[in-house]
Design a protein around this ligand. Sequence first.
Ligand code: GDP
Ligand code: MG
Length: 175
Amino acid sequence: ENVQEKIDYVFKVVVIGDSAVGKTQILSRFTKNEFCFDSKSTIGVEFQTRTVTIKDKVIKAQIWDTAGQERYRAVTSAYYRGALGAMLVYDITKRPTFDHVARWVEELRAHADNSIVIMLIGNKADLVDLRAVPKEDAVEFADDQGLFFSETSALSGDNVDSAFFRLLEEINGVV
Ligand code: GDP
Ligand code: MG
């Protein structure tokens, strides 16, 4: 990463999913390599950025956080405008957050561009003993809907970078 390099592309990515699944912590892990144990809902910060190089292209990922608008239909279409990618997050220890994923996909289909690349994320993979969503259920859903899929832990950092890189590579392939 070299911030002085010329930027070839800015990719807007939105992070969505139910409240408390770890959206803000995933973002903080990817952009700052930080995890905040007593995080409060972020107010006033619309997005965070990280600049990465993919196949000789310098890409600034501009990643938007819902900051407490996670109620169904509360996220406005302005939030989705121009988004090339979406991280759709659920919590592997909370079944309802996975059951709501279909609704979030509907929201994306209704408000985002047709070509948006969607990555389904099962977060809190460090809490294995509390798992309530089998990985196979998520793999099946993702295959059905044409989504990419990864399980992550914002706490340990496992798979967070690789999930974002996978998404950005995919976007880079279609622009
Ligand atoms: P958001 O509402 O989706 O933005 O969720 P937050 O990022 O604010 O996280 C909600 C709660 O889950 C906080 O108490 C976090 O510390 C916790 N959390 C987030 N990610 C992880 C994770 O990967 N593992 C564990 N064990 N806890 C997490
Ligand atoms: Mg949040």
